[in-house]
Design a protein around this ligand. Structure first.
Ligand SMILES: [Zn+2]
Length: 108
């Protein structure tokens, strides 16, 4: 990688600190929403594109509903609810995936 990662990193930290000042300390939805950052891949100042993807929590709920008898399509309900899905943020310019927001703190 040829970009200056150190410079971008400092800029990211600065932006996040500014947002903390604007919002209340606990904003559970903040990671799902698009963020304005410098893309480390193409170097443009961009607003990330947030795409919901099925995550570990989605699959756990799906299998949980299936076990409890919701096997006629109801177990697919978590896949229709964005608030239950992980979110991948990508760059609209170069289409690179920048970071993930996971409902559960780990992945299998
Ligand atoms: Zn980019």
């Amino acid at each position: 990688m040829t970009f200056s990662s150190v410079g971008s990193y400092h800029l990211l930290i600065t932006l996040q600190e500014d947002q903390d000042l604007e919002y209340t300390p606990c904003t559970p939805m903040s990671h799902q929403q698009s963020k304005q950052i410098i893309c480390p891949y193409c170097g443009n100042f961009i607003t990330t594109v947030a795409n919901p993807i099925p995550g570990l929590l989605t699959w756990l709920l799906c299998s949980g509903l299936f076990v409890f008898g919701c096997f006629l399509g109801c177990c697919l309900l978590p896949f229709c609810m964005q608030s239950l899905m992980d979110v991948v943020h990508s760059c609209p310019m170069c289409r690179q995936e920048l970071f993930y927001y996971r409902r559960l703190g780990f992945d299998l």
